[in-house]
Design a protein around this ligand. Sequence first.
Ligand code: ATP
Ligand code: MG
Length: 588
Amino acid sequence: MLTRMSSLFLRTLREDPADAEVPSHKLLVRAGYVRRVAPGIYSWLPLGLRVLRTIEQVVREEMDAIGAQEIHLPALLPKEPYEATGRWTEYGPNIFRLKDRKGGDYLLGPTHEELFTQLVKGEYSSYKDYPVMLYQIQTKYRDEARPRAGILRGREFLMKDSYSFDLADEGLAKSYQLHRAAYVRIFERLGLEYVIVKATSGAMGGSASEEFLAVAPTGEDTFVRSPGGYAANVEAVTTPAPPARDVEGLPAAQAHYTPDTPTIETLVAFLNNDASLNRSGLRRTFTAADTLKNVLVKTRQPGKTEWTLLGIGVPGDREVDMKRLEAALDPAEVALLDESDFAKHPFLVKGYIGPAALAANGVRYLVDPRVATGTAWVTGADKVDHHVVDLVAGRDFTPDGTIEAAEVREGDPAPDGSGPLEAARGIEIGHVFQLGRKYADAMGLDALGPDGKPVRVTMGSYGVGVSRLVAVIAEQSHDDSGLIWPRAVAPADVHIVIAGKTDEITAGGEQLAAELDAAGLRVLLDDRKASPGVKFADAELIGVPTIVVVGRGLATGVVEVKDRRSGERTEILLETVVSHLQELTGTR
Ligand code: ATP
Ligand code: MG
């Protein structure tokens, strides 16, 4: 295939777009791959569309290879199936809703669990029909709160979504593993650096779910990893609990007057200076980690109106991480208490809340796993200016359970013992999820079993951000001059620059382009009437992995072959250049 820059629908830009922050956004716009229409809504121009279609094809091949069947559902959907699962309300402002001429409610699909479930329910009835895996590569719509970074987070974007339908849990586990392995192959083929992270800790009985994160400093997702290969979302990190200790013989708890100590810092300073504590034979150094901080929140179950108080106890040297707390309490909603909540519950003494008042007033109290039986703490005594010292878990108070709500810090041990954690950033490129029977329950998807009894179907859902991948690859593979496409997705195999105005040079470039085209290479030929400087700059910007310069060297029978990534230039004899390039681009 031969593409001439002289007629290609392409205008490169010298300036970064004003709204662009991340490199992929700047470069894809400047190199003429995409154009913005509205926030989070982009048009694909010829070179961009080629890359997009190539990625789409890689995804399609790997899905077909695991036996998933491609179908295509509409993006414009009636609300009823989404009402059946509650997502019409749950999605809130994140979906685009519209009305037809008769006033009927519709939405633009953000993801299609409901529709696939409904479809399978309509077509299949017997256990003999299962298992089945279906997928589509389709435009999705989400009214993202912060459409940013160009096509990285669009409001209209291309996703591959697949769904597996099985009769038994083992079947689901197998479908899940097939998808996971297919995703590994897809992202390897695309040359991405990525990690697979556990998406949820499963502490609340959540089903298996993993996310594929492309490693990128511009990513919105934070994850942690260890030298030994552990990787997880911060929400999914579990805290190794110290073994329970015998409470026998530990010093008795004592309440102390600790004036003006509503914060952990003021408390620790006071404890270390207080003579009365030393008099009690407690001569020791206290740190924030010896204190137990009790944070009060309120939670609300989905579909309910009333809020319930919940106490969270974490070591005083750590904050409560709201995202971890939300993930741990999901699907319940969480909010911090406001002044009126404190006014309503006078037993909550701000700055001095302790486990005693919570227990006495029936407030559920969950603690960090470090608050194991036999550990001793300094904590609030439920009275202004008072704290208890040596309050022992399992002896002086009994929490209702543990919760992963404390912040995770770099240097914390990985839960699998594989070393200290470090924080990194990533972009979600894929998600594999064992849904279980949630959707089948909501929509009544059963198969008639061999004994004539209905069997509830269990499902998985699996997504890949196809359009996002274009930007993610650009994010991982570029330099100051422009894009650098891996061969597997590049919009062309070679980019020929005709660098000179003479008839010989023009004819030489044309001839080489024709020969490479005939040899099966995809050629981008810069035959424009522009200066070599402009052409070189555009070639760097566009990012085809091999650039061939046909210029003055032609007189001595050579052309220059430049590797876009390394910048290395080699002079190659005209007679051998076609086979050299075939070799280089893997097209022979
Ligand atoms: P994110 O956390 O980035 O918002 P998500 O968890 O909402 O993503 P899923 O519902 O799991 O996304 O969708 C499957 C895949 O679709 C994601 O892994 C991601 O690659 C892609 N994707 C999701 N939202 C967008 C978007 N707004 N623009 C482009 N791609 C997206
Ligand atoms: Mg996701």
